[in-house]
Write a protein that binds this ligand. Sequence first.
Ligand code: AMP
Length: 410
Amino acid sequence: MRDILPPESGRWRRFTDVFADVVERAGYGQLITPLLEDLGVFTRIGDATDVVTKEMYDFVDKGERHIALRPEMTASVCRAFAEHRPTTPWKVFYSGSNFRYEKPQRGRYRQFDQVGVEVLGADDPNLDVEVIALAWEFYRALGLRQVTLLVNSLGEPDDRARYVEALREHFVAAGDELSEQSRATLERNPLRVLDSKRDGDRTHIEAAPQIAEFHSDDAASHFAAVLAGLRALDIPFTIEPKLVRGLDYYRRTIFEFQGGTLDSAQNALGGGGRYDGLVEAIGGPATPGVGFALGVDRTLLACDDESVFAADPVVLDAFVVDVTGGLEAVALTAELRAAGFAVDRGYDNRSMKAQMKLANRSAARFALIIGDDELAAGTVVVKPMHGDGEQVAIARSDISSHLASHPPQN
Ligand code: AMP
């Protein structure tokens, strides 16, 4: 878990703002759910998912309830839907922290943030296209260029079940040639063996049956419609038949966005898909759903790598240096802030030299200097801190208009 300090924290806030801007324009409203849920909300995500079986921060609270810090947000959205029964299609977005007891490394943390959208109550393939297009537009808005979209369809639950059986048979036949880890994975969830990047597993994974052979007509035509929509929007994609994704609840469309600059183990910037049975599993009515979650931490690493969407410290308009020991700095700073300028000041009655050092370090555009002479004359010395402008003494009452008439140069 990490602390996010300024100015990086400002970038996090802007990140969420840009996301909200993109999705609100598509009719999504923000849903804020608790950080904690009843453990059962998450165990229903699937008991073959590491996120649920191994990585959850769960505990018994003082009221003897078994609860967990959320490891992801889709389950909470479905729980909220089941509880409030809003009219459909229900289009919501979220942002916030999730918790997984994973092995921390670059791009993988135990507390990490996600932004995402979910649409509940419609199974139109055009919605799959819409959510993918929103994520795509968001990456564009950040300035990211090296993002690859992978898509696949896991078929209907029956298709998926038949496929899982075929995979199981295929990998069981590989016997000891399969790595020990993959043999353990095979016991729990044959689909996840496809995620293995171990050398010995590769040939068996390449020879494995492909999901498309198991698609029912409905699943095939739903997937074809999704692909047609992506083509119509000129969104480039790669069909990746081995894409399975970590959470068990997906069916039909799944997708993932990969960052071109990140290490392959942590290169998933985000992903999502359809989860038509999840609301029902959580105790609500049968409701189709589709959505995605994008990792904030990891996407910002990709932004660093591509030198886009940089952290942007607040640029101060002025730094007030007051050596008169009275209330001048208090009043002037408050006045200018109220007029909309970004202003800081020196404290503790420090010397002119010490305060000027602070003014320099603050990178403010102007130092506003008040000494005894200025106090007596009702003026302030305005010293430009960048470029070669001359300092001038101006009437205190004119400071605001002086700052306004010298806007920042870009
Ligand atoms: P998931 O909820 O597992 O589908 O993950 C969606 C996205 O969240 C991933 O593509 C990552 O960008 C991000 N993510 C998931 N787990 C972590 C983690 N432990 N640390 C940082 N980001 C994560």
